[in-house]
Design a protein around this ligand. Structure first.
Ligand SMILES: NC(=O)c1ccc[n+]([C@@H]2O[C@H](COP(=O)([O-])OP(=O)(O)OC[C@H]3O[C@@H](n4cnc5c(N)ncnc54)[C@H](O)[C@@H]3O)[C@@H](O)[C@H]2O)c1
Ligand SMILES: [Zn+2]
Length: 357
């Protein structure tokens, strides 16, 4: 097991990563001082695959557990789902000290996190992420949200968990494309902050895809450490956190234009590659580094070819991104693998060029 800690102004917490950790969760919650009742928010797939392991661990530690059904997909990442969960928590007589455990992917983490942040003005939250995206990315950073109509993550709160337990055994039941999807964020972490980690991924990608215990643990833990350091410096997303948006400026626009039919990781992969090409065209990232990035993305099972999307439409979608400041699109670019910078001086025609390449 590897433990990373996140130290913020008002709180700090551990992220424990490794195989077989759901079994230990009950005991760790006791150590944190919890007892009595707790609520688990999960979806039917995750409950079927991993619910027993968690429930056994919790009941062995003496907890009375309510298993509540959270959103089954992004379409249910809504205030209506949150409202139903508030009612179920009320029926369960959940109190201020009753922890909510979010067991699942990013959709569960975002909604259960939002419910924990708002029910009784905040109850303790514990993340038990079960997708690679959730373990390596979404479960840390304190962002919780629901979608509002077509607007993703429009309503939410910053809310930190008391503990995060990333049991890497849960990744073994993930559909392959879901694993690839999470690898996009993992590759992003190496690309923006850590060349050595990027090389590690190049050397070990096949073992990661073969679900090797040690490689899964190392990969999740190193990604978490990279994101944790960024989050510690910019808890409320006021500046530095922008570096985590590498591949996301163009990626989000592509997702929007594809009407969210494309998977997030695929869109981010295309966005990372486009940003790398832009970096190269304006005299930064060398051609060999662009090739390294594209090879790794491809080996991860993510497509590197540009989809048949209208580049003009992608450009327009970019101008509407909620992260735009004063109408200028901010790009996260690379000087080298592991070395990132931000600029708003990219000619839109260049974006169009790399997108239609
Ligand atoms: N809060 C943040 O900082 C942040 C960051 C990135 C993404 N997100 C959000 O995360 C969401 C995407 O999360 P995701 O990619 O984890 O997708 P997801 O939560 O939709 O999960 C994908 C599917 O995998 C299934 N699943 C989960 N764990 C499994 C397992 N161990 N075995 C088999 N199947 C399993 C789920 O039932 C679901 O059907 C989006 O809503 C996005 O907005 C949030
Ligand atoms: Zn992302």
């Amino acid at each position: 097991m590897r433990t990373a800690s996140v130290k913020l102004e008002h709180t700090s917490y551990d992220i424990r990563v490794g195989p077989g950790l759901l079994d230990k969760t009950g005991e760790w919650l006791r150590e944190l001082g919890f007892g009595g009742r707790l609520a688990v928010i999960t979806d039917s797939t995750v409950r079927r695959l991993h619910g027993d392991a968690l429930e056994q661990s919790l009941s062995a530690a003496g907890f009375t557990v309510a298993m509540l059904g959270g959103p089954e997909s992004e379409a249910e990442k809504t205030l209506e789902t949150a409202a139903r969960l508030y009612q179920e928590l009320t029926d369960f007589r959940a109190e201020r000290a009753t922890p909510i455990l979010a067991m699942g992917g990013g959709v569960i983490g975002d909604v259960a996190g939002f419910v924990a942040a708002t029910y009784l003005r905040g109850v303790p939250l514990v993340h038990l992420p079960t997708t690679l995206l959730a373990q390596a990315d979404s479960s840390l950073g304190g962002k919780t949200a629901v979608d509002h109509r077509q607007l993703k993550n429009r309503i939410g709160a910053f809310y930190q968990p008391r503990l995060t337990v990333s049991d890497t055994d849960t990744l073994k039941t993930l559909p392959r494309e879901q694993l690839s999807d999470g690898l996009a964020e993992v590759i992003k972490h190496g690309a923006i902050r850590d060349e050595a980690y990027f090389s590690y991924l190049e050397d070990n990608l096949d073992r990661i895809l073969a679900l090797d215990d040690e490689c899964l643990e190392t990969t999740v833990a190193r990604s978490v450490e990279i994101k944790a350091r960024v989050v510690e410096e910019d808890e409320r997303d006021l500046g530095l956190r922008n570096v985590l948006n590498y591949g996301h400026t163009i990626g989000h626009a592509i997702e929007t234009v594809s009407d969210f039919q494309m998977m997030h990781g695929t869109a981010v992969a295309i966005g990372m590659l486009a940003a790398a090409r832009i970096s190269n065209r304006i005299g930064f990232l060398g051609a060999a580094a662009v090739t390294r990035l594209s090879r790794l993305i491809e080996r991860a099972g993510l497509k590197t070819g540009m989809p048949r999307l209208d580049a003009g439409q992608v450009l327009r979608a970019m101008q509407h991104d909620k992260k735009i400041v004063d109408g200028r699109v901010r790009f996260v670019l690379l000087r080298a693998i592991g070395d990132v910078f931000i600029t708003d001086e990219v000619d839109p025609s260049l974006v169009e060029e790399v997108l239609t390449d």
